[in-house]
Design a binder for this molecule. Structure first.
Ligand code: ADP
Ligand code: MG
Length: 602
């Protein structure tokens, strides 16, 4: 055995793998450097999704000839003057980006320090340096990276299409831009500008909303509630969308810690918790939250790409986020609610599903529990006002009065009469009426069916004609594959498909036609949130909940009267059907006596 010291160029290529995974990570590092250098304007140009060219130019502090030579040394940085890793105020601090990029590409840096009267240029090609040589350049820095990964062909193979890489670069630029409305960002390929964000003038908070509008869309800005809270010296500010503005995934949830975009499970969980009363589980609100925290209370040095952070007191941060979001939601609810609907909803009874429905005693065995007024008001704000017209599906048959009367006497949940807003089933009962949230109710039913099937002989599966390939990030794919055996018991058969994808072969039969990709992505999120040390059976409720959610009729799907009645009958036959898997009621009941009160008849 011969142990040899690796040449520096090889060491640098290995290190590059940690920091520079793809063109977007190179762009992120370079733009971070420009921000750290105090730039007011940063321009990014790419060709071939960054594979053949990445160019980042800024008007920041620039570098002197000596600085330039140091900047490309490994672990050389100007950002840790006291060598104190526990209080990092800049975006960079590792001193790895420039040497790493230069080790795997043909890179040139041209820079002029603000005070200097001439510029210098220096090149690194596969880690070999040439220069510095005098050059002409205005104050600031311009870095060109050509043929990224030409020196590491294995890495090159893992890159995706030009379109996908370009999109990831745009995401990286957007994320950094969101936190800095005071800096202009321009990103484009050589034919057109894809991002053009002007620097905000004047008030920074207004500037922030405008910047967020530029990145997340005008719709977000128009429907966002300001968030501002402070606890124990930690400040949370930003904007959160009203619940009616929502998406199928959490991609539009952004968290920044001291101006650094971070991907954090904590945020997704906290947002889900705060919106739980307003949104079904498969819908996600849009938020952009900025946390300002003493640098010592957060460790940013946990991940080579600096994408993750660790809070000294994660519970405190989570509490702050949930509290602030709930506060914002409550304030917005108040503003929008009308007195009449608040009173009406205050009279609604939510009925926790007590089984059996028709127990020995003859009574239905449930006790009405009035909804809290606060919740009712908030609820009122987010349901479209009940317009006069009944939203009957085409071809639906309204049962005759006699049929309805018979059903209302016979069944606790009564006879379906209409579907409102494509979401709520209204049924007439013996002494009032019930409103059923069709999605929440159906989700509960699927969940109970799954639990029963598991207890008996496993969940029946249905093979997909063509396996569905779902692209995920590598960690998510690994998490799923590691659980493949357990997931198969739940009816979901999948296997790894390259590093960042899984192939779904079978799905639980009871889900019917299901969007396997969305299901798998949500499950990956769920697994990440749950952590490692448990079996899926122990966490059955969460996991089944996620699966059930995907097999449930969506809010917005039109049901005919027969389907509605089938739903009601199955609810009556199913234990715990009065609340969805997340503890919210699946239906509310309004007694005639309450309605009479509402109209002053009593
Ligand atoms: P880090 O950002 O962690 O310090 P880098 O390798 O990214 O490490 O950069 C090394 C050093 O080069 C930085 O500390 C900074 O002093 C200098 N530098 C890099 N990019 C720029 C730039 N665009 N403008 C001015 N100085 C820069
Ligand atoms: Mg850097």
């Amino acid at each position: 055995m011969i142990i040899r010291r690796l040449p520096e160029t090889v060491v640098n290529r290995i290190a590059a793998g940690e920091v520079i995974e793809r063109p977007a990570s190179a762009v992120k590092e370079l733009v971070e450097n420009s921000i750290d250098a105090g730039a007011r304007r940063i321009e990014v140009t790419v060709r071939d999704g960054g594979k053949s060219l990445i160019m980042v130019a800024d008007d920041g502090s620039g570098m002197s000839r000596d600085d330039l030579e140091l900047a490309i040394e490994r672990h050389a940085t100007s950002k840790l003057p006291d060598y104190d890793l526990s209080a990092i105020a800049s975006l960079g601090f590792r001193g790895e980006a420039l040497p790493s990029i230069g080790a795997v590409s043909r890179m040139s840096i041209t820079s002029r320090a603000a005070a200097a009267d001439s510029a210098w240029t220096l090149a690194l090609e596969g880690g070999r340096k040439s220069g510095p040589a005098p050059a002409g350049h205005p104050a600031g820095t311009r870095i060109e990276v050509r043929d990224l990964f030409y020196a590491t062909p294995a890495r090159l193979k893992f890159l995706r299409s030009e379109r996908s890489e370009t999109q990831q670069i745009a995401d990286a630029v957007n994320r950094l831009a969101m936190a800095r409305p005071d800096i202009a960002f321009i990103f484009g390929d050589e034919t057109r500008a894809r991002i053009r964000l002007e620097a905000a003038e004047g008030d920074l908070l207004e500037g922030r909303l405008e910047r967020l509008a530029g990145v997340m869309g005008k719709e977000f800005a128009a429907n966002a509630m300001p968030v501002d809270a402070e606890r124990d010296g930690i400040r949370l500010s930003g904007y959160a969308g009203v619940p009616t503005l929502n998406r199928a995934n959490a991609a539009m949830q952004y968290l920044f810690v001291n101006g650094r975009p971070v991907k954090d499970r904590l945020l997704i969980g906290a947002v889900r918790g705060a919106y739980a009363d307003f949104l079904s589980r498969d819908r996600h609100p849009l938020v952009a939250l900025f946390l300002d925290i003493e640098p010592r209370a957060v460790d940013v040095n946990v991940h080579p790409a600096k994408a993750e952070v660790r809070f000294r007191d994660a519970g405190l941060v989570r509490g702050l986020i949930v509290g602030a979001l709930k506060h914002a939601l409550a304030a917005a609810g108040h503003r929008a609610s009308t007195t009449v609907s608040a009173v009406a909803l205050g009279a609604l009874r939510s009925t926790p599903g007590a089984a059996p429905w028709r127990g020995g005693g003859g009574g239905y065995g449930y006790s009405p529990r009035p909804m809290s007024a606060g919740l009712a008001e908030q609820g009122a704000a987010y349901q479209a006002p009940l317009a006069g017209a009944l939203d009957l599906p085409p071809g639906a048959r309204v049962p005759t009065e006699a049929e309805a009367a018979a059903a209302t006497e016979e069944y606790p949940l009564g006879a379906a009469r209409a579907q409102l807003h494509g979401t709520y089933v209204v049924a007439q009962t013996a002494d009032g009426f019930v409103i059923v949230d069709q999605h929440a109710a159906h989700e509960r039913l699927v969940y109970e069916r799954m639990k029963k099937a598991l207890a008996a002989d496993g969940v029946a599966r249905q093979g997909l004609l063509i396996p569905e390939i779902v692209e995920l990030d590598e960690a998510a794919a690994q998490r799923l594959v590691a659980r493949a055996g357990e997931l198969a018991e739940l009816g979901l058969v999948l296997e790894g498909f390259g590093p960042g994808a899984v192939a779904v072969r079978e799905v639980p039969a009871m889900l019917g036609r299901v969007d396997a990709a969305a299901l798998v992505r949500d499950l990956a999120d769920e697994l990440a949130e749950l952590g490692q040390a448990f079996s899926l059976k122990e966490k059955l409720e969460e996991v089944c909940g996620t699966i059930a959610c995907h097999g449930s009729v969506r809010a917005g799907r039109r049901l005919n009267i027969d389907e509605m009645n089938a739903l009601l009958r199955e609810m009556e036959a199913t234990p715990h059907s009065g609340q969805c898997n997340h503890g919210r009621p699946t239906y509310v009941e309004l007694k005639l006596s309450d309605i009479e009160k509402l109209f002053g008849r009593r």
